[in-house]
Design a binder for this molecule. Structure first.
Ligand code: SAH
Length: 248
């Protein structure tokens, strides 16, 4: 592993022993190889994968590290396992479920978990709109997370139904410029059972631009009407009465 990567991980206060660093390396190699055969991520270059996918996943550290041992986390729209596989490696005491709508991505994640010998993670093919209605998943998780999946309004509808009322949290990693999206997401947050999200600026690890972490705390159960049918949270985001027609 490049020394600067290891340094960035430890500078961010993330405790990763040699065994876990090796697993991260092995995952990156698996992803580079799999990407040559099938298009799993837009980022193909090994150094870029470390920077944009692996280190960036670790920006969830503030929320992940605040969880108790055995907490259940769901990563919605995990793609090739971002941030879910990284979280499963870095936090072996958390139970990580990853979901994605695309079969080939879920197959890759399942094979990668298997190959790495990770026992605290699973990957399920499905849409968050469906899984969020299933008894085994609805209001079942301590934390739901997503990166690069949708607008904050859409994410509120996909992430909040999955977490337990009264203490569950949802967290999304977004770019730095989220003021407009955030202003539009207030109605959806309240409707889905959460107060307005809190925002934290996060610059490391990873050499790329700063991100903002958007964190909701669920205060009430999500009404049965949500999440709506497949694709509806994206096509008709849950804006307030005065925002209908606006886009988030
Ligand atoms: N989180 C990964 C992948 C982002 S790409 C990363 O940061 O690299 C977005 C992924 O979300 C795609 O793989 C897509 O299949 C998935 N996705 C989008 N909407 C979804 C939904 N409603 N339910 C499940 N997966 C979804």
């Amino acid at each position: 592993m490049l020394p600067q990567i290891e340094a960035q991980i430890s500078d961010a206060g993330i405790d990763c022993d040699a065994g876990r660093l090796q697993l991260l390396e092995k995952y990156v190699k698996l992803l580079v190889t799999a990407n040559e055969k099938s298009n799993l991520t837009a980022i193909k270059d090994e150094i870029e994968i470390w920077d944009q996918l692996v280190l960036r996943s670790m920006r969830f550290h503030p929320v992940m590290s605040s969880l108790k041992e055995g907490s259940k986390v769901i990563d919605v729209g995990t793609g090739a396992g971002i941030p879910g596989v990284i979280a499963a490696i870095v936090y072996p005491s958390l139970m990580i479920t990853m979901i994605d709508a695309t079969g080939k991505k879920v197959r890759f994640v399942t094979e990668a978990i298997d190959e790495l010998g990770i026992t605290n993670a699973r990957a399920i093919q499905g849409r968050a709109e469906q899984i969020g209605r299933e008894r085994d998943h609805r209001e079942h998780y301590d934390l739901s997370v997503a990166r690069a999946v949708g607008s904050l309004t859409e994410l509120a509808e996909l992430l909040l139904p999955l977490v337990t009322p009264h203490r569950g949290q949802a967290a999304a990693l977004k770019g730095a410029d989220i003021d407009d999206e955030l202003a539009l997401a207030g109605h959806a947050s309240a409707e889905l059972g959460a107060a307005d999200p809190s925002i934290t600026a996060i610059a490391s690890p990873g050499s790329s631009d700063p991100d903002k972490m958007v964190t909701w705390t669920k205060t009430r159960p999500t009404p049965r009407a949500y999440p709506r049918r497949d694709g509806v949270p994206h096509k008709s985001p849950l804006f307030g009465p005065r925002q209908v027609g606006a886009r988030g």
